[in-house]
Unconditional design. Structure first.
Length: 686
């Protein structure tokens, strides 16, 4: 049995793999690769694709999933917070573009109805490409990213009235007032349904599904919500993409938005690739080459015109020059909804075949250039600011302050601890963090636990830590340490791999059940592993020895010998003072030691005579005396009573630092003079 669509999918994926692979080698965005793939295999290239309509349908699913994920990473409150950007910025951008393009087209000798319609299609930008590039660059939460998002939302909304108005431009009369009234009622009903679903129906539904612990059911439910809302908006005469965005907003109001995003992302990446391939297939290469300079001139005109209008629309909101210039640069292209509108124009005779070919060539080429322009927008903006001295506006029409993260329920945080799993171990670690005032985030897969702990104010979030998106959401790249406190060995290994794929420097402590698992976990990237069965046996015989009145020192000595025998992988680590590695300088290790004041040869000797750097590769960062921190350590300082100090070491010979060589066997005077700080008199870590 022969399936033409299956053959087309194999061709698309096969060519995409090689083209994107080559472009990645030269550091070009994957979007460019998909557009080139479409040009190569499309009807104007090698003509390898037969079922173009089916491919376009798959591409439409990609746009739906893209807008769905964008909606999940926002919230209704955030959307309301940018309402001025949506309606004022979007209205100015669309209105000015339509007016100026229509005047230019009319000046070229065309009819007013055709001129206005051309203004319609050129006023729309590419929601899919702009948001994808901004997401990849982590810029959606920036001021220019949110400005672009607000204007794009307005464009997605206004395209429906444009489609309704197209028959009027073509001279086909209809009851416009009734159509607009019907559209307004539909928008109000959909808005009301969105609010009801977001607040009262979807959160308890997702909670009930999450309680089943069935990932397939959770995935199916998420897709069902997305497609159902998109279908309803399409039936109401609105776009599928707008419905998908609203569906994302609905799920964003629940505690499960991050988990839903993590499972949708792989599907979104696959389907959006088909969208960009389908756009590339529209490029008529013979027409493009025969009218090359005319098309290049039109592209340059569109770039200048739409950039200036987009910048002006944002400047009216009172944004600084750096923000409104980058917003304009992000919105210069002609978007995917313009293709839908152009089909309507062709149907009603407002767009000739020749004009449509110019439109397609300009649209595809501007889409092709968009990733490069957004990547270079910062440099372009700085160059423009050097030429034109912009003055800040005194009167600002602005939205609410822009948060530093797209995720509404996880605030920006750094130098924190991530606790994965909230069982007994996770709770105890969290309590220690609260007591020590250490910032932390908890990731947990038990929905009931998440719901209960959130009511108590615990910074806990539902999500599978083996998913990269969840780790990024918890700000792993800015964290100081991670504790994996779950009992599933397979999940533990997956989480370690994902953490090390994202960050090589974060300190990773893992809890496991058996000693035999230690070597594998260390090999995967764990810094320390605490085996449950071994620590339980240590606690048992320690208490037994206490009961038999064995001296504390003997018990601790015996514990160390037992650990040295069973923690073979960690034996070397146990012999050195504990250190931590800063995420910014992973090659350096910092530790805190307390000086034994009984050794007068150390405490009464100036630091420059001890030669700590020369002998041990140690740099003193600070000294604490009676809870007073001495930040500037001079060569003549001495270790006095109640002194502790923080030092930095590195395993490599870097500059003046050497290899840390502190033996615990008592062969060195300095070895005998130091001991780890106790819990009652903690030293200051720098």
């Amino acid at each position: 049995m022969h399936f033409p669509l299956l053959q087309d999918l194999v061709v698309i994926l096969g060519f995409s793999v090689w083209v994107v692979f080559i472009l990645q080698k030269i550091k070009l965005p994957s979007i460019i690769g998909f557009l080139i793939t479409g040009m190569l295999i499309g009807p104007y290239g090698l003509s390898l694709i037969r079922e173009i309509a089916e491919v376009e349908l798959i591409a439409e699913i990609g746009v739906i999933l893209l807008l769905f994920v964008i909606g999940m990473e926002m919230s209704v409150k955030q959307l309301i917070s940018i309402k001025k950007t949506v309606f004022i910025g979007g209205g100015v951008q669309v209105g000015l573009t339509v007016a100026i393009v229509a005047l230019l087209h009319r000046w070229m000798g065309n009819d007013w109805n055709q001129a206005v319609f051309i203004g319609f299609i050129f006023s729309l930008s590419s929601t899919a490409i702009v948001l994808k590039v901004l997401q990849e660059r982590d810029e959606i939460s920036t001021s220019h990213g949110r400005n672009a998002l607000g204007i794009l939302i307005f464009q997605d909304i206004i395209v429906v009235p444009m489609i309704l108005f197209t028959p009027i431009l073509a001279g086909q009369t209809g009851d416009l007032s009734q159509s607009l009234l019907s559209l307004l009622l539909k928008i109000l009903v959909i808005g009301l349904v969105t609010i009801v679903l977001a607040r009262y129906l979807v959160p308890p539904l997702l909670h009930a599904v999450a309680l089943t612990r069935n990932k397939e059911l959770f995935l199916t439910t998420t897709f069902a919500i997305c497609l159902a809302v998109a279908f309803l908006t399409a039936e109401a005469g609105l776009s599928l993409a707008l419905g998908a965005f609203l569906a994302g907003l609905i799920i964003s109001e629940s505690a499960y938005s991050h988990q839903a995003t993590s499972i949708i992302l792989p599907f979104r990446e696959l389907f959006t690739s088909f969208f960009f391939v389908s756009i590339g297939m529209l490029m008529n290469m013979p027409f493009f080459l025969s009218h090359l300079w005319e098309i290049v001139g039109l592209v340059l005109l569109v770039f200048i015109l739409k950039t200036l209008i987009g910048a002006l629309a944002t400047a009216i909101l009172g944004q600084p020059s750096h923000s409104f210039l980058r917003t304009g640069l992000a919105l210069f292209q002609v978007g995917e909804f313009a293709f839908i509108l152009s089909k309507v124009g062709i149907k009603y005779g407002l767009l000739t075949e020749n004009t449509n070919q110019y439109f397609l060539a300009v649209s595809v080429l501007t889409m092709f250039l968009t990733p490069f322009v957004i990547i270079l927008s910062d440099r372009i903006t700085l160059r423009i600011q050097q030429i034109i001295p912009f003055k800040s506006s005194n009167k600002r029409i602005q939205d609410a302050p822009i948060p530093t993260t797209v995720s509404p329920d996880i605030p920006s945080i750094e130098n924190h601890l991530i606790i994965i799993g909230y069982g007994i171990n996770g709770k105890n670690v969290a309590k220690a963090c609260q007591y020590s005032k250490i910032p932390y985030i908890v990731l947990e897969l038990n929905p009931q636990t998440v719901q209960d702990e959130k009511k108590k104010g615990t910074p806990i979030h539902y999500g599978d830590a083996s998913q990269p998106h969840i780790l990024y959401t918890a700000h792993l790249t800015k964290s100081r340490a991670v504790v994996i406190a779950i009992s599933d060995p397979n999940a533990t290994r997956s989480i370690i791999r994902e953490i090390r794929n994202i960050s090589q420097s974060v300190y990773l402590l893992v809890r496991t059940r058996f000693v035999t698992e230690i070597p594998e976990l260390i090999a995967l990237g764990a810094d320390d592993v605490i085996p449950e069965e071994f620590e339980t046996s240590v606690e048992i015989f320690s208490r037994v020895l206490h009961n038999f009145l064995i001296p504390e020192g003997d018990i601790q000595h015996f514990v160390q010998k037992i650990r040295a025998g069973n923690y073979e992988v960690l034996a070397g680590k146990q012999n050195l003072p504990r250190t931590f590695q800063p995420t910014v300088f992973p090659d350096f290790k910092i530790t805190c030691l307390r000086v034994n004041t009984e050794d007068t040869a150390v405490t009464d000797t100036p630091l420059h005579e001890l030669e700590l750097r020369k002998k041990f590769g140690i740099n003193i960062l600070g000294i604490t005396r009676r809870e007073q921190l001495l930040e500037q350590v001079l060569p003549h300082e001495k270790f006095n009573v109640m002194t502790s100090f923080s030092l930095v070491v590195t395993p490599l010979i870097l500059n003046l630092l050497g290899y840390l060589s502190i033996r615990t066997g008592g062969n060195s005077r300095f070895d005998r003079a130091i001991s780890p700080p106790n819990t009652k008199e903690s030293a200051t870590h720098l």
